[in-house]
Write a protein that binds this ligand. Structure first.
Ligand code: TRP
Length: 451
């Protein structure tokens, strides 16, 4: 068999996986959820979800990927030949595709906002809501940006695992952290700093309801790229001495820190402008923030300009490394199972996603009337993938590793054939068998049937 690509260094493993995890989920979705769900209390619950559900599920995905060194579909087939468990692999690849198709639409918006801030188009005091809506509903602008964005992803993917994904992540992730650092310093100096920090650090437990807990679990899954074949595929490129538990813990820790730091950047900024609400909803990043950048630095427009530019570059780079991880599971599958060259496999995925991505993008504007079940295509893709298939996939992965896989195999993987001491193995198995699947089942039920 042809030599498979591999990550070549420990730091490459961590940065590539962090690249997948850190994305729009951290910079865009997390602050929005925090704003909507009452601030600090949400963050505490989120941390518990990451630790008790996110990390065990991530280790499980790593076990599946690394033990087989194969794409997700082949991995399930090898571990449980001739059984229905293969559905787990199929759903992973399929949902990566669905998520990718609408992820690149929002990613395209970030690219547009980067260009617009660079050209200083966001600075004149304008109606940012109208600006955003006009852009998103335009029949060609968002489409062009989405296509450009996919092409960027494509260029990195065709270069392969080591020279594409690993190299790019090693370059971009440190840059991303640096940008976060610079933005933090800026936000320290803003007038709303103490108010913003208080919002993030003083928990108000009276705001905690069942739906807040459920949002936290959902956010943890989304932000850690779980249940979708991404991490399983990445783990298939890990070497046999990669410490799976340590990697999962580091990735989750970094991902969570980035999310919280983004909160530290965004909320002081938001509180610096009177009259702007912290719970501004999904428009927070595209409507509220340009307004904030513009108003808060009224006296020193240059800083406002740089703040805004750096922020959108951050958002775009984060989206780019995550988009790569959504492209890779499908490309790897086509490459290995259909015996296509990597380049051809990548082209098939890229073209397919372009087609559906364009449909998703247009469904926000000219094709908004075309609806299935009351949802436009963009919302439908989001709903079916994130709300239906993702939780089911999570339950499947946990049950597969917790109940179906041979315990010795799991133990060998987690401890690198006995060479690592993993003291909490029993706890891990307990979480994977009981806690995670039950918790996910509860979210699933609530999301779908209670609303
Ligand atoms: N985790 C990424 C983010 O925070 C998005 C993402 C990438 C993702 N791959 C995924 C979400 C797989 C769910 C499943 O933006």
């Amino acid at each position: 068999m042809e030599q498979r690509g591999n990550f070549t260094s420990k730091i490459g493993v961590v940065l590539a996986t962090v690249g997948s995890a850190v994305g729009l989920g951290n910079v865009w979705r997390f602050p929005t959820e925090v704003g909507n769900n009452g601030g600090a209390a949400f963050i505490l619950i989120y941390l518990a979800c990451v630790l008790f559900i996110g990390v065990p599920v991530m280790v499980s995905e790593f076990v599946i990927g690394r033990s087989t060194h194969a794409n997700t579909i082949t991995a399930y087939r090898r571990l449980a030949p001739g059984t229905w468990w293969r559905v787990g692999g199929i759903q992973g690849v399929f949902v990566s595709f669905l998520i990718f198709c609408y992820y690149i639409v929002v990613a395209g918006w970030t690219l547009h906002y980067t260009v617009a801030s660079f050209l200083n188009q966001l600075s004149a005091d304008k109606d940012y809501t109208a600006y955003f809506q006009n852009f998103v509903r335009s029949p060609w602008e968002p489409v062009v940006y989405a296509i450009l964005f996919i092409l960027m992803v494509h260029v990195i993917i065709v270069r392969g695992v080591e020279h594409g994904i690993e190299k790019f992540s090693k370059l971009m992730m440190p840059l991303l952290l640096l940008i976060i650092g610079v933005l933090m310093v800026c936000s320290f100096s803003m007038s709303g700093f103490s108010e913003g920090i208080a919002f993030l650090l003083n928990p108000d437990f009276s705001k905690v309801t069942a739906s807040v807990v459920l949002s936290a679990v959902g956010q943890a899954f989304y932000s850690l790229s779980l249940a979708m074949g991404c991490l399983c595929t990445y783990a298939s490129y890990f070497s046999s001495d990669t410490n799976l538990v340590k990697t999962a813990l580091s990735v989750s820790l970094i991902d969570t820190c980035v999310a919280v730091l983004c909160g530290f950047i965004i909320f002081p900024a938001v509180f610096s402008v009177p009259g702007v609400e912290a719970d501004a909803g999904p428009g927070l990043v595209f409507i509220t923030l340009p307004h904030v950048f513009n108003t808060a630095f009224h006296n020193v427009p240059l800083i406002g300009y740089l703040f805004s530019l750096l922020f959108y570059v951050l958002l775009m780079l984060a989206a780019l490394t995550s988009a790569i991880s959504l492209h890779e599971p499908i490309t790897a599958y086509l490459h290995e199972e259909w015996h296509l060259s990597r380049k051809r496999a990548a082209w098939i995925v890229t073209s397919g996603c372009m087609l559906l991505g364009v449909v998703c993008s247009l469904s926000m504007g000219v094709w908004n009337d075309f609806r299935i079940g009351g949802l436009c295509m963009f919302d439908l893709f989001d709903f079916v993938s994130a709300k239906i298939i993702l939780p089911l996939g999570g339950i499947l992965i946990c049950s597969f590793v917790g109940w179906k896989l041979n315990r010795q195999l799991v133990y060998d993987e987690v401890t690198n054939r006995g060479s690592l001491r993993v003291r909490l193995f029993g706890v891990y198995i307990f979480l994977v068998r009981w806690v995670a699947p039950l918790a996910i089942a509860v979210i699933f039920y609530n999301e779908l049937f209670r609303k």
